[in-house]
Design a protein around this ligand. Structure first.
Ligand code: G4P
Length: 522
């Protein structure tokens, strides 16, 4: 029992939330280097699918088999075992990206100092906030000129609505970047100086004693003034508020030059939570509960027609996983032996023998699992809380190319929807099928799998991006449906409108003030 407890306490499981190009790959690589999980920079970089067009990505998938090598990366540092879950962006952005955030205990938000909060960061942030998980902010690219640190903090508050506590503060920026004033460790960390001179300790007043070249710079004076301002008028440090996600500790640095990354990692490990108890239909389950349990948060299909296997990603929520153990799938009550499991390190796929709460295991799946499924080794069957529905933004009309093959078509659509690969809507009278996705890739994967797994060629007619808003069933009025505000129902028969754009949404609201429009993600 103490073994399990110690193991669980050492786990830190997080995902990075950022907009493409903010530096996620670069930072991840630096972290893996610290952990010794990779030996050279550039290892993760090659996997960056954003560098490829989607068609190339498919080709790469085919050659590589399942591309999950960078889905979960694990390393050890300072006695902690860290799991980084990848949140694919670029063309790979999909509902899986959101769902991954259901499987982590904290998030690291990377912001490009020159760009501030960008669209994808905001979307991912909202999902983290929904869960109330701690968010640690790394403001990147200080080696380049960017917005001022005060502007960036103001943006955090205004755009994201989260208060911040700067753990450190930049001294200069861009060509004049001298380093960071580390409020937390009461020291200065100098940029681009020899390792043995990198840190300058500060006295009780928070200043440098004695001589130091950095003291000659006006930028040092400016940083001191700003720190004074923060001490007087800024937010107070609060462990509790960090833990409930209402205060984000902010770190400044430069991932590319590996500056401030180690300080970030060490402080992060100190404050980030180990796996927390989770809600289930049988009450709260403690991560140190001896029964193994976990839930499926992502299913990755193989794009290679010769290998139809899928991998179901399971976040362990309690107990210990042992290869060959027996578990029950709560949804079906079916029991099975978990002998084929796999865990992913930065570069090669290795078989996992033991894993505990906080870890992610990949199970070979031949169609057994659905997203959100719970498995447990205990006698009592439990179900973890349902994963939320994420509001899609892209829509297509879909139909079978061959009208004689309707059966295959319907079977395929329904199974893929059940599995959680894509969302399905129907128009009111004609019952036309409309598919909704968070990212374009989901459609491509859908077409591919329909053909390869269900032998069904489909016709996809894009209807563009839409804003989906649900309404109460007793407010359904078909006469309100138009091409600019299309009334449809989701797969649970709940009615919603698909608005052409913001303008159409506002116009509709003005005309129909009684209709309450809701977005489950807000
Ligand atoms: P992503 O995974 O979030 O999409 O970002 P990635 O790490 O690939 O970084 C995007 C670009 O920003 C890369 O440049 C990378 O080198 C650069 N970058 C990351 N961190 C820093 C930093 O701290 N300072 C500066 N100046 N640049 C940074 P690229 O030209 O797009 O790629 P590459 O050709 O250099 O690989």
């Amino acid at each position: 029992m103490t073994f399990l407890k110690d193991e669980v306490l050492s786990r830190r499981t997080f995902a990075i939330i950022s907009h493409p190009d903010a530096g996620k790959t670069t930072l991840t690589e630096q972290l893996l280097l610290f952990g010794g999980a990779i030996r050279a920079a550039g290892t993760v970089k090659g996997k960056k699918s954003g560098k490829f067009a989607t068609s190339d990505w498919m080709e790469i998938e085919k050659q590589r088999g399942i591309s999950v090598t960078s889905s979960v990366m694990q390393f050890e540092y300072d006695g902690k075992r860290v799991n980084i879950l990848d949140t694919p962006g670029h063309q790979d952005f999909s509902e899986d990206t959101y769902r991954t955030l259901m499987a982590v205990d904290s998030a690291v938000m990377i912001i490009d100092a020159a760009k501030g909060i960008e669209e994808q960061t905001l979307k991912l942030f909202k999902v983290c906030r929904m869960r109330g998980i701690p968010i640690f902010t790394f403001i990147n690219k200080l080696d380049r000129q960017g917005k001022t640190p005060l502007e960036l903090l103001a943006e955090l508050e205004e755009v994201l609505g989260i208060e911040s506590y700067p753990m450190n503060w930049p001294i200069g920026m861009g060509k004049e970047f001298l380093g960071i004033y580390d409020r937390f460790h009461n020291r200065i960390e100098q940029f681009r100086v020899e390792e043995n001179e990198r840190f300058i300790p500060l006295n009780e007043e928070g200043e440098i004693d004695g001589d130091s070249p950095i003291k000659q710079s006006g930028l040092y004076e400016q940083a001191l003034e700003e720190i004074l301002l923060l001490n007087e008028a800024g937010n107070e440090f609060s462990n509790e508020r960090i833990a409930n996600g209402t205060l984000t500790p902010v770190f400044f640095g430069s991932a590319l030059t590996n500056f401030g990354v180690q300080t970030f990692l060490e402080t992060y490990l100190q404050f980030a939570p180990s796996p927390q108890p989770r809600n289930s239909d049988a009450g709260i389950i403690d991560p140190t509960d001896e029964n193994f349990s976990g839930f499926v948060f992502k299913i990755q299909a193989n794009m290679n027609p010769a290998h139809r296997d899928r991998i179901a990603f399971v976040r362990i929520c309690s107990g210990q996983f042992d290869r060959g153990m027996n578990v029950t799938l709560s949804r079906t009550g079916k029991s099975m032996k978990l002998s084929q499991s796999t865990q992913f390190l930065a570069d090669d796929r290795s078989t996992v023998n033991t894993a505990v709460s906080g870890d992610i295991i990949g199970l070979y799946d031949t169609g057994t699992y659905q997203i959100g499924d719970t498995i447990t080794s205990g006698k009592q069957l439990i179900n973890y809380e349902k994963l939320p529905q994420f509001t899609p933004e892209l829509f297509v009309k879909v139909s079978a190319k061959n009208v004689m093959k309707q059966k295959h078509f319907h079977k395929g659509v329904h199974q893929l929807v059940q599995e959680g690969a894509i969302q399905l809507y129907k128009t009111y009278r004609m019952e036309d099928y409309i598919l909704g996705a968070v990212g374009q890739l989901q459609f491509e994967v859908f077409v591919h799998r329909m053909k390869n797994e269900y032998n069904s060629d489909v016709i996809m007619e894009p209807i563009g991006s839409k804003i989906a808003r649900w309404i109460d069933e007793d407010q359904v009025k078909e006469s309100l449906s138009s091409s600019r505000s299309l009334l449809v129902k989701d797969r649970f028969d709940k009615p919603l409108f698909l608005f052409e754009n913001d303008f159409a949404l506002r116009w509709f609201q003005d005309k129909n003030p009684d209709i309450r429009l809701t977005n489950p993600m807000e």
